[in-house]
Design a protein around this ligand. Structure first.
Ligand code: NAD
Ligand code: ZN
Ligand code: ZN
Length: 344
């Protein structure tokens, strides 16, 4: 089968021909119908050799959807041909967090060598994909795989981040979203749908600011040295009740801290190497800082429910498997509108 693999440190991913895997006991082989391209892949491929521990070659893609192609021995409640979405943050299924569906916070995964697809295990940007357990599949339930595959990360991650802060996003409140890219634009839509907050989006180009307004931001502000003042002014000097930083780089974590209101939630989702200092006098009183990772199995079901009710959708640009390296180039250039989705 064809697969997009990261093969050599520092080199772009390449399309290769590899054997189609066979599902072992308890495993499920999917024929991939759609796979999303995430900025985290770029982060992984930017790591120097001494920090890279995802294995080589690595088949990319941690957002996957497909139809069940073959069932391993003992798999129940699934049939060949079923359309499904992959829950990516695989855990052990047995620890306290996994028992609550929070496999993203599995306490055994590292010790047991359990890695998400595309981030250690072979990923979704291929013609076929091996899923380790039927527990990690959610029925698509009528949703189009290409339009919705990115809900498994670009939807689930902002949903998990935003859900914890909903008590702060009452009528009259302000939410700031930094980075209107793959995750950020879905985050804007979710905040609009789930809360009464006024949404202020930040990004670095006028095109991205227009895009942020199109997907529901009430205000869009350039993410530069004037951004903190601009947001303070829009919020009547008070700052934002919840800040979601989908970039997480030093300039944006500085803005995130700078625009926080008293008792704000400051949530750093992006993994750009930035940090927010917390300590008396460093942030407005009682502000809380979080750095969440992905989301739980039940939250993915909730996100798909939102999609089926027309409450959230993803803007996608599609690429064939042959064009997949181009999708990563566009991600790197920052010219994608929404999410790049590979359709094998
Ligand atoms: P993306 O490339 O699709 O979007 C990033 C957006 O940020 C773009 O619109 C870009 O123009 C904008 N941007 C860049 N620099 C900026 C700045 N200084 N100020 C404001 N905006 C800026 O990326 P994505 O796939 O949406 O991922 C976003 C981040 O979230 C990445 O760091 C990714 O690795 C991370 N991520 C984290 C988790 C998690 O669980 N914590 C999950 C998925 C992705
Ligand atoms: Zn991701
Ligand atoms: Zn676990």
């Amino acid at each position: 089968m064809k697969a997009l693999q990261y093969k050599e440190i520092g080199q772009p991913p390449v399309l290769v021909e590899i054997p189609t895997p066979e599902p072992g006991p308890g495993q499920v082989l999917l024929k991939v119908t759609a796979a999303g391209v995430c900025h985290s892949d770029e982060f992984v491929m930017s790591l120097p050799e001494d920090q890279y521990d995802y294995g080589l070659p690595l088949t990319l893609g941690h957002e996957g959807a497909g139809v069940v192609h073959r069932l391993g021995e003992g798999v129940e409640h699934l049939a060949v041909g079923d359309p499904v979405m992959v829950y990516g943050p695989w855990g052990c299924g047995r620890c306290r967090n996994c028992a609550q569906g929070k496999e993203n916070y599995c306490t055994n995964a590292a010790a047991e060598g359990i890695r998400p697809p595309g981030l250690g295990a072979p990923g979704a940007i291929a013609e076929y994909m091996l899923v380790d357990d039927a527990r990690h599949l959610v029925p698509l339930g009528g949703l189009d795989p290409v339009e919705n595959v990115s809900l498994s990360d670009a939807g689930l991650t902002p949903y998990h981040a935003i859900k914890q802060s909903l008590p702060k996003l009452h009528a009259g409140s302000y939410a700031v979203v930094i980075g209107a890219g793959g995750l950020g634009h879905v985050g804007i839509r979710m905040i609009r749908q789930l809360s009464g907050a006024t949404v202020i989006a930040l990004d670095v180009t006028e095109e991205k600011l227009d895009f942020a307004r199109e997907v529901g931001a009430h205000h869009a502000v350039l993410s530069d040295e004037h951004a903190v003042d601009a947001v303070r002014e829009l919020t009547g000097g008070l700052g934002a009740d919840a800040v979601f930083d989908f970039v997480g780089a030093p300039p944006t974590t500085k803005i995130a801290a700078g625009v926080a209101a008293v008792e704000a939630d400051v949530t750093i989702v992006g993994i750009g190497g930035g940090a927010v200092q917390a300590g008396f006098g460093t942030l407005p009183f009682d502000a809380a800082v979080r750095a969440p990772y992905w989301g739980s199995r039940s939250e993915l079901i909730e996100v798909l429910d939102m999609a089926r009710r027309g409450q959230v959708s993803v803007e996608v640009e599609t690429f064939t498997l042959d064009e997949a390296p181009k999708a990563y180039e566009r991600l790197h250039e920052g010219t994608l509108r929404g999410r790049a989705v590979i359709v094998p």
